[in-house]
Design a protein around this ligand. Structure first.
Ligand code: HEM
Length: 144
C-alpha cells in the first residue's frame, strides 16, 4: 500500500459490532437511503452543480458504488472490496479535478443528506469529521 492509498486515520470503519455507525444509521437500508438522498440532492440542488458536472450523466452506478463503499467504511459488510478489491480511493479520484471548493461542495451535500435523513448529534459530527478527513485527502488540484 502506498502513502496515497492509505486511508486517513479517522476512518470510522473500526471497531466492528453493534456500536458501529453502520448500525446506528440503520444498516443497509439506512445507508442506502443516505446515499440516495446525497445523489438526489446533487442532481437537483444548484449548490452542487460543480461536483454534479464531474459525474456521469446517470448517477445509478455512482449510487451503487458509494453505497457499497460506505457499508464497509462505516463498519458493516465490505461489499465494495468484495467487488472491486482495495478501494484505492485517492487514485480512483485522480481523473476528477478536486480542490477545496469541490471538497466543500461534497461535504455540504453529505451534511445536508445526513440532516435530511435525521442523523443527529453526536453521530452527525462524528461522521462529518470522518468524511472531512477522507474528502480532504482526495484533493488533487491546487486552489486557484
Ligand atoms: C472530495 C470531493 C469528491 C468529489 C468531487 C468526488 C467525485 C467523484 C466522482 C466524479 C466519481 C466517479 C463517479 C462514477 O464513476 O460513477 C466518484 C467516485 C467515487 N467516490 Fe467520490 N468524490 C469526492 C469525495 C468522495 C468521498 C469523501 C468518498 C467516500 C467517503 C467518495 C467515494 C467514492 C466512491 C466509493 C466512488 C466509486 C469509485 C469507483 O469504484 O470507481 N468520494 N467520486
Amino acid at each position: 500500500m502506498t502513502a496515497a492509498d492509505k486511508p486517513p486515520a479517522d476512518d470510522p470503519a473500526t471497531p466492528h459490532g453493534p456500536d458501529t455507525p453502520f448500525h446506528q444509521l440503520g444498516g443497509e437500508p439506512g445507508v442506502r437511503e443516505l446515499v440516495d438522498r446525497f445523489y438526489d440532492l446533487m442532481a437537483i440542488d444548484e449548490r452542487f452543480l460543480r461536483i454534479r458536472a464531474l459525474h456521469p450523466n446517470t448517477l445509478d452506478d455512482s449510487r451503487d458504488k458509494l453505497f457499497w463503499f460506505l457499508c464497509g467504511w462505516l463498519g458493516g459488510p465490505p461489499h465494495y472490496e468484495a467487488r472491486f478489491g482495495h478501494p484505492r480511493l485517492r487514485a480512483r479520484h485522480l481523473p476528477f479535478p478536486i480542490a477545496s471548493r469541490e471538497r466543500d461542495e461534497w461535504l455540504l451535500c453529505m451534511a445536508q443528506a445526513m440532516s435530511d435523513r435525521g442523523v443527529v448529534s453526536p453521530l452527525f459530527e462524528r461522521l462529518l469529521q470522518s468524511f472531512h478527513g477522507t474528502a480532504d485527502w482526495m484533493r488533487n488540484r491546487p486552489d486557484v
